[in-house]
Design a protein around this ligand. Structure first.
Ligand code: UT7
Length: 328
């Protein structure tokens, strides 16, 4: 029996038209372009329109990926969405996307792992293909974080943007998936959470007035955790793949803060030309940030067959993970 490998056949991404710049924030809050740029590396974020939900962004990215792969929605065996901002608690955003694309009989499920969703998603989707369950899976990271952003809080509002990225994974004779290192520590969810709207705390007027239906984050704690886990998980994923950091051609990290990326890359001795950063254009788009950066690199002709890529992410949960991938 031949073992089944997996590859990424095509990628697509989408970001809404409306842009919020650091200068816009200067007019809204007690902040400055200098503070935001030096503390985060961010300059602009794309903001979804009021009528745009995460599925609408995901559909745009998925359509582009399908077009590039020359495939129809029916050619996809399973739809998976990674999102911290799904359309609803239920039903699954993936089912909505599949149906709107025209596939109403395919398996579809969502993954909610904070900003680590796309990294976990790569692992799960590769597993479905390598295990022989499906031949072709669409993985979509889609987020509308700005709908859950408290624009009175200067510590969080400047960080988040909206966007989506989609990757079509399919069976392959050569295996692109080399390793995965995933983790979680749910002992203190309050570090980064959306307090109300789930089964723990219902939406009441008092909760809305207290902005408990918006993102809450202890930035300093998340920062320390993010640097540590980005370093550990990247190192472990490379070790599991039997590779050295020198053999890694590209690190594609979750884009949460340029200082987090710089601190971890420095420790990992990854030179800047190997570390893909587009945070200046999108801000933190959670599960969409890694596929947005991957798509940009592919469209820019940066990535070539044989290149070793480490995708690494971290976020609410707390959760973290890294996947080592050989591009083909
Ligand atoms: O997707 C995964 C989840 N998110 C992350 O990974 C984010 C992780 N955390 C961070 O990126 C950083 O902690 C932040 C960018 C959120 C904040 O940067 P920081 O360097 O950790 O700042 P801080 O929270 O320690 O605040 C330093 C100062 C404070 O003033 P005081 O108390 O020293 O007077 C803040 O009030 O900066 C102030 N501050 C601001 N000043 C101007 C906080 N936000 C702003 C702002 N403009 N937007």
């Amino acid at each position: 029996m031949n073992p089944i490998g997996v590859k990424i056949r095509a990628v697509g991404s989408y970001a809404p038209e409306k842009i919020l710049t650091n200068e816009d924030f200067e007019r809204m809050l007690d902040t400055s372009d200098e503070w935001i740029t030096s503390r985060t590396g961010m300059k602009r974020r794309h903001i979804s329109a009021p009528e745009q939900a995460s599925s609408d962004l995901g559909i745009e990215a998925a359509r582009i990926a399908l077009q590039r792969a020359n495939l129809t929605p029916q050619d996809i065996d399973c739809y998976v969405v990674a999102s911290a901002t799904p359309d609803y608690i239920f039903p699954a955003t993936s089912a909505i996307i599949a149906a709107k694309l025209g596939a109403t009989d395919k398996p579809a499920f969502d993954m909610e792992i904070g900003c680590s969703g796309f990294i976990y998603g790569l692992t799960v989707c590769a597993g479905l293909i390598r295990g022989g369950v499906h031949k072709r899976v669409m993985l979509i990271g889609a987020e509308t974080l700005t709908k859950f952003t408290n624009y009175e809080d200067r510590g969080t509002s400047i960080l988040f943007g909206d966007g989506a990225g989609a990757a079509i994974l399919e069976a392959s004779e050569i295996d692109s998936f080399l390793s995965s290192d995933l983790g979680s520590d749910g002992s203190n969810p309050a570090i980064l959470l959306l307090p109300t709207g789930g089964s723990r705390e219902r939406v009441t007027q008092a909760a809305i007035d207290a902005k408990r239906d918006m993102i809450y984050m202890n930035g300093r704690e998340v920062f320390k955790f993010a640097v540590t886990k980005m370093i550990q998980s990247t190192a472990r994923a490379l070790e599991k793949a039997g590779l050295t950091k020198e053999q890694c051609n590209f690190l594609i990290p979750h884009q949460a803060n340029k200082r987090i990326i710089d601190a971890a890359s420095k420790y990992l001795e990854m030179p800047p030309e190997k570390v893909l950063v587009n945070i200046q254009e999108y801000g933190n788009t959670s599960c969409a940030s890694v596929p947005l950066a991957l798509d940009e690199a592919l469209q820019g002709g940066k990535i070539h067959p044989g290149d070793i890529i480490v995708f690494v992410g971290f976020g609410a949960g707390l959760s973290w993970g890294a996947v080592t991938w050989r591009w083909q």
